[in-house]
Write a protein that binds this ligand. Structure first.
Ligand SMILES: Cc1cc2nc3c(=O)[nH]c(=O)nc-3n(C[C@H](O)[C@H](O)[C@H](O)COP(=O)(O)OP(=O)(O)OC[C@H]3O[C@@H](n4cnc5c(N)ncnc54)[C@H](O)[C@@H]3O)c2cc1C
Length: 362
């Protein structure tokens, strides 16, 4: 029987102490479900769009479509022509884009520039990862379909989106969500007798997925928004009363991610820190890889991640953790002694999706 040739082995040479080689971000996780709804407070109509955990990039265009529909419905009974978007991460920028599509004048308020947000630190796989959607199966189905088809249509258009094979050691819970909610949306997963890599003997799976490179995607969204007349304002809000008093627009889209924990006193919000090892880019690598941790080949870096620190709300990277991530993936290729992920790969007992050692979690 012919053996499948191996795909290129990554170069795992890595110095976690170099600037930018080890980064950390905090996922805006929300217990029960992400928030996508509206409320009226006095003269303000507020649409909330936050709490997407490890799937904000993935769901962004779909959620922006829902925000569009909510605001379009509201506009039927008002003369308002202006909208304030709070937050310049992926949720804010995609929602702002759809607000321009409605013909509204858009101002984006944020205390961080797009490339400083959590969104800019995401790995970038299209995966419904570490997000709850209790009771919202139909809504999430729409969101997934819109998001996937919008990203797919943008391949080759300068948004940093590409379709890649993802090789995984086990079947992916994240993928199962998509197969279950939107059958036929994505190409089927194939079983492999052996993963086609140096040092691998075990069976596995491959499926086609989308890689969305956040630095390219966010920069492009920002450039397009500015070109279409959206205004960016640097502003740090201290609380809901500050927002209501200082934002002059009557329509507000709240995309402040983890910021909503304090700004809107949302006790369901929970920070989940993740760390990423950023290796130099390697043009020969065209595939994603997942084995209790993940590796994404981007234009700027080969990204290795897979840590979850539930309840930890700081962006301080730990070089030891990043080195541990690299050693873990390298060991699968026979390039380092076999090691589990760093101890920091915490699985929280209260979170079923996180307990599942999903491949790949993002
Ligand atoms: C390590 C890691 C890997 C990840 N990998 C993936 C992945 O592969 N695929 C995927 O889909 N997702 C991934 N994610 C998840 C993704 O990054 C988030 O779900 C997404 O960034 C959330 O976007 P957001 O716009 O809601 O929040 P953010 O990007 O955090 O944006 C929030 C905005 O609100 C502003 N803001 C907050 N508070 C205030 C305030 N008080 N005043 C003014 N402005 C405020 C911020 O400045 C910012 O502009 C990953 C996350 C991490 C940490």
């Amino acid at each position: 029987m012919a053996t499948t040739p191996n795909l290129p082995t990554p170069d795992f040479t890595y110095d976690p102490t170099l600037p930018g080689a080890c980064i950390a971000g905090v996922r805006p996780y929300r217990n029960g479900s992400y928030r996508l709804d509206s409320e009226t407070i006095g003269s303000k109509f507020i649409v909330h769009n936050y709490g997407h955990g490890g799937a904000g990039i993935t769901l962004s265009w779909g959620c922006a479509g829902k925000v569009h529909d909510i605001v379009k419905g509201f506009l039927v009974g008002t003369q308002d022509t202006k909208v304030a978007v709070l937050g310049a991460g992926v949720m804010g920028l995609t929602a702002a884009t759809r607000m321009l599509d409605l013909g509204l004048a858009v101002t984006i308020y944020s205390d961080r520039k797009p490339l400083e947000t959590t969104s800019s630190k995401a790995g970038g796989q299209w995966a419904v990862s570490v997000v709850e959607y209790s009771g919202k199966e139909r809504e999430l189905t729409d969101i997934i379909k819109t998001a996937y088809t919008t990203f797919k249509a943008s391949i080759g258009q300068g948004f940093g989106v590409s379709e890649r094979p993802n090789y995984t050691a086990t079947s992916s819970h994240n993928l199962d969500i998509v197969i279950q909610l939107a059958p036929g949306l994505i190409p089927p997963r194939k079983s492999l007798a052996r993963l086609p890599f140096e040092g691998h003997t075990q069976p596995g799976f491959v499926y086609q997925t989308l890689l969305i490179e956040p630095p390219i995607f966010l920069a492009r969204l920002e450039a397009d928004l500015r070109a279409r007349g959206a205004v960016f304002v640097n502003r740090k809000f201290t609380g809901k009363s500050d927002i209501l008093a200082s934002v002059t627009e009557n329509i507000l889209i709240n995309c402040t991610g983890l910021g909503s924990m304090t700004l809107f006193s949302d006790t369901k919000m929970q920070p989940i820190k993740g760390q990423l090892a950023m290796l130099p880019p390697q043009a020969a690598l065209k595939y994603l890889y997942g084995q209790n941790g993940y590796m994404f080949p981007r234009a700027d870096h080969v990204v290795i991640g897979g840590t979850f620190e539930v309840g930890v709300n700081n962006e301080t990277p730990d070089p030891t953790v990043c080195q541990g991530l690299v050693d873990h993936i390298a060991s699968q290729f026979g390039k380092a002694p076999v090691k589990p992920l760093p101890d920091i790969h915490i699985h929280h007992p209260d979170h079923a999706p996180i307990v599942n050692p999903d491949i790949p979690v993002a």
